[in-house]
Design a protein around this ligand. Structure first.
Ligand SMILES: NC(=O)c1ccc[n+]([C@@H]2O[C@H](COP(=O)([O-])OP(=O)(O)OC[C@H]3O[C@@H](n4cnc5c(N)ncnc54)[C@H](O)[C@@H]3O)[C@@H](O)[C@H]2O)c1
Ligand SMILES: O=C(O)C(=O)C[C@]1(C(=O)O)C=C[C@@H](O)C=C1
Length: 363
């Protein structure tokens, strides 16, 4: 029997719990300091057992996942180093930064237990156990940051357990991870928040800003709704990486200032061309990169009941939708539906079915 203890069963910890719970030979214990939270984990069926005692959860565990905000990770591994853990227990975390937790762990003595840093490169702007999903990590990258002292056998055991997430496990140096995550995750979150706050300022004078904001604004700002304390901790922790990145960002936006001052249409078009080319090289439909789900777009004629018709057609063929969104819906203008699915297989089946039924489907 393998016992997995999860500290902090929120979006990330809850999704790990859902990937593991019910798998043969695996028992999942959820821990929260707050009794009401522990009770909620059980009620939602995310864990097999829940406890408010860190010691009780840790002592029985073969694997420990610490999934609390980055600012609390160190206090957790410090406490774990004082608990008598099972021989060979593997401790890992899910924090969005890796260098500081690896440095902290390397100074601690866990007996025969081993710490291996981890970071699933998938998430959402939502938070809490309510947002957890067993599909979150499917096809995403999942970074592990063992160092030269980490036994290969321990890494292998963690990789095996994580195979239940259906993520692609990769090993990356912790410092390199933080530099890359800074550019592809932390900087975009700061940009999204600044942009929303800039427009929020204008909208105080004129309600139309909110009303007219459409797909472009929505697509670039979704992540501005991330959990404030989680993001506070990530940005502060990775500030040494982020400060130079913000300077580079300022240089990038200044290029636009200069191109606009010169009315340099050729340079603007070239900037879009280069960006589009790089972006199209990124693997499509892989979680954690361009698409956050398996999605397609369907042009829908402006007929009453058309959405119900499409969902019924999918339902009748047992193709499960995970989300549906009307992107354009104006009188006399055909609309666009964004359909999301949990797996590539459902997406492929939906495209085949809807195309055969005469709909225009795009990826
Ligand atoms: N949100 C994402 O997209 C994402 C993606 C990958 C990794 N991560 C990392 O995963 C970790 C968890 O993030 P999340 O998105 O699941 O957040 P969340 O808010 O959904 O869950 C956080 C969990 O930690 C607990 N918690 C909150 N504050 C705490 C505190 N002060 N002490 C102890 N427990 C506390 C909460 O009760 C909850 O169970 C963070 O380290 C984050 O950097 C987040
Ligand atoms: O998809 C999202 O909403 C995310 O914010 C996920 C995301 C990111 O891509 O920036 C956020 C934080 C992580 O540590 C890893 C992934």
């Amino acid at each position: 029997m393998t016992t997995v203890a999860i500290f902090g069963v929120g979006l990330i910890g809850g999704s790990i719990a859902l990937c593991l719970k019910g798998k043969p030979g695996i028992t999942v214990i959820g821990h929260s300091n707050r009794p009401s939270q522990a009770e909620k984990y059980l009620q939602r069926g995310v864990v097999d057992y829940a406890t408010t005692s860190m010691q009780e959860a840790a002592e029985q565990a073969d694997f420990i996942f610490i999934c609390v905000p980055v600012g609390n990770l160190e206090e957790y591994i410090l406490k774990l180093s004082t608990i008598h853990l099972k021989p060979g227990c593997i401790i890992t975390d899910a924090g969005s930064t890796k260098a500081s937790i690896m440095a902290c762990a390397s100074k601690l003595d866990f007996g025969s237990a081993v710490f291996i840093g981890g970071h699933p490169m998938a998430g959402s702007e939502r938070s809490g156990v309510e947002a957890a999903s067993s599909y979150l990590y499917e096809n995403a990258f999942y970074v592990l940051t063992p160092d030269e002292k980490t036994p290969a056998e321990a890494v292998e055991r963690l990789v095996q357990l994580l195979s239940h997430t259906k993520a692609n496990i990769v090993q990356v140096d912790a410092k390199e991870h933080d530099e890359i995550a800074g550019a592809i995750s932390h900087l975009p979150h700061m940009i999204a928040v600044s942009l929303v706050n800039q427009v929020r300022g204008y909208s105080e004078q004129n309600d139309l800003y909110e009303s007219l904001a459409a797909g472009g604004f929505r697509d670039i700002t979704r992540i501005a709704s991330g959990e404030p304390n989680v993001w506070r901790d990530i940005l502060i922790n990775n500030r040494a990486v982020l400060l130079p990145l913000l300077q580079d960002w300022s240089k990038e936006t200044n290029k636009f200032v200069e191109m606009l001052e010169r009315s340099d249409g050729k340079a603007i078009a070239e900037a879009f061309r280069q960006a589009g080319q790089f972006r199209s090289r990124m693997p499509e439909r892989r979680k954690g990169m361009i698409h956050s789900a398996f999605e397609c777009y369907v042009d829908v004629p402006d007929h009453p009941g058309i959405i119900g018709k499409i969902t019924s057609e999918l339902g009748n063929s047992r193709i499960n939708l995970s989300n549906i969104q009307v992107i354009e819906s104006r009188e006399d203008v055909p609309g666009i539906l964004r359909l999301s699915f949990r797996t590539q297989d459902y997406l492929d089946q939906a495209i085949a079915l809807l195309s055969a039924n005469g709909y225009d489907v795009h990826l």
